[in-house]
Design a binder for this molecule. Structure first.
Ligand SMILES: [Zn+2]
Length: 177
């Protein structure tokens, strides 16, 4: 990382980024750890995100799955169990704050970690939460039910709840590992 201006075409102005030639070198590197480090680096140009999201190494794709600057087509690819076969990548996508409608395909996976992440993901749609509310795992069904109840309350009702309950229902995004 050279610390020069963010690369041309970067989706965000990122301090601590690097220039276009650095991105090319990193993405083309034969070293998995160099590509994984690039996948964590801020200010990625879109072409680099595309390349890293399709990287043959699941370690690299798992780093990409933590990014907030993924395009819709990349979100679709990484959260699709038919196209993304690595469980770590899918588990990370299950708690991605921009997951939304893609939660339903992930919910169909028989993976308890994925289902727990989905139940705690504020972007999971109510239809998916309803299905998870009947899950046999208590951590899944409790979180899903709490979120459905929270969604059904109006602002006045929410105001009257104890502070602890209110912050639980607000369901912060899952912590990063
Ligand atoms: Zn550079």
């Amino acid at each position: 990382m050279c610390g020069k201006r963010a690369a041309v075409g970067a989706s965000t102005a990122a301090p601590g980024g690097c220039c276009e030639p650095c991105w090319h070198d990193a993405v083309a590197s034969s070293s998995e750890s160099v590509r994984a480090a690039a996948a964590r680096r801020p200010g990625a140009p879109e072409w680099a995100l595309d390349a890293l999201a399709y990287d043959p190494s699941p370690l690299v794709r798992a780093e990409i799955a933590l990014r907030r600057d993924l395009t819709d087509p990349l979100m679709d690819k990484l959260a699709d169990p038919d196209r993304e076969l690595d469980r770590t990548v899918l588990r990370r996508m299950a708690r991605h704050p921009a997951l939304g409608r893609r939660a339903s395909d992930l919910a169909a996976l028989n993976d308890l970690v994925v289902q727990r992440q989905l139940a705690g993901n504020p972007s999971t749609p109510p239809g998916v939460l309803s299905a998870l509310a009947d899950h046999s795992d208590p951590a899944v069904n409790r979180a899903a039910r709490a979120r459905l109840i929270g969604a059904a309350l109006d602002d006045d009702q929410r105001e009257r709840l104890p502070v602890g309950v209110r912050s639980f229902l607000a369901a912060r995004p899952a912590r990063r590992r």
